[in-house]
Design a protein around this ligand. Structure first.
Ligand code: TYM
Length: 330
């Protein structure tokens, strides 16, 4: 049995980038035999930057309903909230004590987020990767589906696992990142040199899975492209158009070259209209299911059962770790 695990922060509306980078590969793996999926809402990670209480609460609930709406199969997948399984904080501390400040300061995401933080940089922003390592190592995850931006965090997770195993004896499975070729880095629709992000101050840059359908379609139609009008995938010279072709390819499972062929005699306008309709259908389907889950009493049952199973796995691993280090009495 292979174990697949991933987490998403409830730090804003989740975007098409999150879907294509992390959820789509998760759903792909869910179709395989002999897999168990653990999916969690990374609320402890979200508080590394300031959060408003009521907003955080509603984002957690929204994200849970959205993940279910995207198609988690509850026969294979278990959904839980990170802060409800305290072993994450506990192993997180152990991982912090096995990390070096220098390696944490070199993390790209820390350097990027640090400059954006006007109200002071929390220590949690620096110690984010050891907590993320704990999230993964607690469950002996084999595969971790993530977008390109999390690659470095997966590398440090592997380093920390290996470091611990060398020091205390074989304890953790060393996990592999699972990053798809298409869709692992979706760019902003307003500025294709930047990653599509749920915390972008310009809502035209991203499509939220809960965007009004017409608003989402307009965002595609007004996405920044060049003026060449030839539908050709060329990341360096046509970054905006190439980003749209990537989205098209990921949502339809068509090869990039097939899309170029379909539109070889077409204009950008026609291509964008078709993509807008594809996105419209995709969002309508998710939003219908979301509306069901968000008002269903089932959500609490699902999250309780996910929490209990996660705790069952995580507490055993934590006990083993404490024992190896010599913490406590047993
Ligand atoms: P987060 O919440 O920033 O993003 C969730 C997932 O979405 C992917 N992603 C993207 N993929 C493609 N294009 C984009 N524009 C894009 N933007 C985001 C991210 O790579 C991620 O896979 N640290 C993680 C949460 C986390 C986690 C974990 C993940 C905490 N613990 C353990 C895996 C395993 C994060 O901040 O993701």
């Amino acid at each position: 049995m292979r174990r697949v695990l991933t987490g998403i922060q409830p730090s804003g509306h989740i975007t098409l980038g999150n879907y294509l980078g992390a959820i789509r590969p998760l759903l792909e793996l869910q179709n395989e035999d002999d897999v168990e999926l653990l999916v969690f809402i990374a609320d402890l990670h979200a508080i590394t930057v300031p959060q408003e209480r009521a907003k955080l609460r509603s984002n957690i609930k929204e994200l849970a309903a959205l993940l279910l709406a995207c198609g988690l199969d509850l026969n294979k997948s278990h959904l839980f909230i990170q802060s409800e399984v305290p072993c994450h904080n506990q192993l997180g501390w152990v991982m912090e004590c096995n990390s070096y400040i220098g390696e944490l300061e070199r993390m790209t995401q820390f350097k990027d987020k640090k400059v954006k933080q006007v109200d002071g940089v929390s220590a949690g922003l620096l110690t984010y990767p050891p907590l993320m390592a704990a999230d993964i190592l607690l469950y002996d995850a084999d595969l971790v589906p993530v977008g390109e931006d999390q690659k470095q965090h997966l590398e440090i997770t592997r380093d920390l696992a290996t470091r611990f195993n060398n020091k205390y004896g074989e304890t953790f499975k060393v996990p592999e990142a699972y990053i798809l070729k298409t869709g692992a880095r979706i760019m902003s629709l307003a500025d294709p040199s930047k990653k599509m992000s749920k915390s972008d101050s310009n809502p035209k840059g991203y499509i939220s899975l809960l965007d009004d359908i017409n608003v989402a379609k307009k965002k595609i139609k007004s996405a920044v492209t060049d003026s060449d009008n030839k539908i050709k995938f060329d990341k360096d010279n046509k970054p905006g158009l190439s980003n749209l072709i990537t989205i098209y390819s990921a949502l339809t499972n068509k090869e990039l070259s097939d899309i170029e062929n379909i539109y070889q005699d077409s204009t950008y306008q026609k291509f964008k209209e078709d993509l807008a309709n594809i996105i419209g259908d995709f969002l309508t389907n998710i939003q219908d299911k979301y509306n069901y889950y968000i008002s269903s009493d089932n959500m609490d049952l699902i999250l309780n059962s996910g929490r209990d199973l996660a705790y069952h796995y995580a507490s055993r691993k934590l006990q083993k770790v404490y024992h190896k280090i010599g913490l406590g009495r047993y």
